[in-house]
Design a protein. Structure first.
Length: 269
C-alpha cells in the first residue's frame, strides 16, 4: 500500500509539530511548513518547506516542490494559526486583518493550491484545524473566534463543492492544549488608562491558565490519525476536555441569554 503524503502547515511547533511526529511514527510521509527555514536549522524530525500562508507565491512554490518530490499530495492539514486577544474596540485593525489573513484566508489559499493536484490524482483529504472558540463569541477573543468560525462555515461550503472530485474536507476543532501559542499571540496592552483594563486583565489570566493547564496535544494528533483512516469523514469534529466540548452543545440548545450568562460567570465578568 502506498504511503500517504501529508502536508501540515505550521508544522515546526505546537499542535502541528505534535501531529507531524505522531503521523511519522505511523509511517506516513510527512512534510511540515514554516515561514522561515533559517529559524529551524536543526529541525530533523520531518522535512520542512518554507511557506507563509499569507503569501500565495510561497504557497505555489512549496506545493510545486512537494509534487516534484512525491508526485502527489494525499492530505493537507491546515494547522497554521495565530492567537489574538483584546477588546475589539482597542484592537488595531491591521492586527485584525493579519489574524484573518492567517486563520481564514491562509487555509483558503492552501485549499485552492492543493485542489488541482487532488482532483488530478482522484482524491484527497483536507483537515482544517479550527477551534472550539470558533463556535461562540468569547469575550476578548472575538476576533480569534470569528476567524476560526469563518473557516468552519467556508469549509462546509467547499466540502459540498468538491464532493464529486473524491476530495473529503472536514473541520477539527481543538479546545485548550498546552502549546506555545501564547508566545506568538497578539494581545492588546490594555493598561490602567483603558476602560477594559480590569475585565480584560482578569480574562487574559483565565485564558493563559487554560493553555498552561491544557491537555497534551498528542490527543489532537491521535484524532487526526483516526480521521485519516475514516472513509467518509463528517463535517465537524471536536477534541478537548469534556467541558469544552460540552460548551458547543450548550450553545446550540440553551437560550442565547442564558448561555451568555454562563460565559460571563465563567470569565467572572
Amino acid at each position: 500500500m502506498q504511503q500517504k503524503v501529508v502536508l501540515i502547515t505550521g508544522g515546526s511547533s505546537g499542535i502541528g509539530k505534535a501531529i507531524g511526529v505522531y503521523l511519522k511514527s505511523k509511517q506516513l510521509r510527512v512534510y511540515g511548513t514554516t515561514r522561515s527555514l533559517a529559524q529551524h536549522p536543526d529541525f530533523e524530525i520531518f522535512p520542512l518547506l518554507e511557506l507563509d500562508v499569507r503569501k500565495t507565491d510561497t504557497i505555489s512554490e512549496a506545493i510545486k516542490r512537494l509534487i516534484e518530490l512525491e508526485g502527489r499530495i494525499d492530505v493537507l492539514i491546515n494547522n497554521a494559526g495565530v492567537g489574538i486577544t483584546g477588546p475589539i474596540e482597542e484592537t488595531p485593525h491591521e492586527s485584525i486583518l493579519n489574524a484573518f489573513d492567517i486563520n481564514f484566508h491562509g487555509p483558503l489559499h492552501m485549499m485552492k493550491a492543493v485542489l488541482p493536484q487532488m482532483r488530478k490524482q482522484g482524491g484527497g483529504l483536507i483537515i482544517n484545524i479550527t477551534s472550539i472558540a470558533g463556535y461562540m463569541g468569547l469575550p476578548f477573543r472575538g476576533i480569534y473566534s470569528a476567524s476560526k468560525g469563518a473557516l468552519e462555515i467556508a469549509s462546509e461550503a467547499i466540502r459540498m463543492e468538491t464532493k464529486d472530485f473524491g476530495v473529503h474536507i472536514t473541520n477539527l476543532a481543538p479546545g485548550a492544549y498546552a502549546t506555545n501559542i501564547a508566545a506568538g499571540r497578539f494581545h492588546v496592552d490594555a493598561n490602567g488608562g483603558s476602560p477594559y483594563a480590569r475585565t480584560y486583565g482578569r480574562t487574559l489570566e483565565a485564558i493563559n491558565e487554560s493553555v498552561d493547564d491544557g491537555e497534551d496535544p498528542i490527543q489532537v494528533a491521535q484524532k487526526v490519525y483516526r480521521l485519516l483512516r475514516t472513509k467518509e469523514p463528517k463535517v465537524h469534529y471536536r477534541v478537548g476536555a469534556f467541558t469544552q466540548k460540552l460548551s458547543v452543545f450548550l450553545k446550540r440548545v440553551l437560550p442565547e441569554k442564558l448561555f451568555e450568562k454562563m460565559l460571563l460567570n465563567h470569565y467572572k465578568l
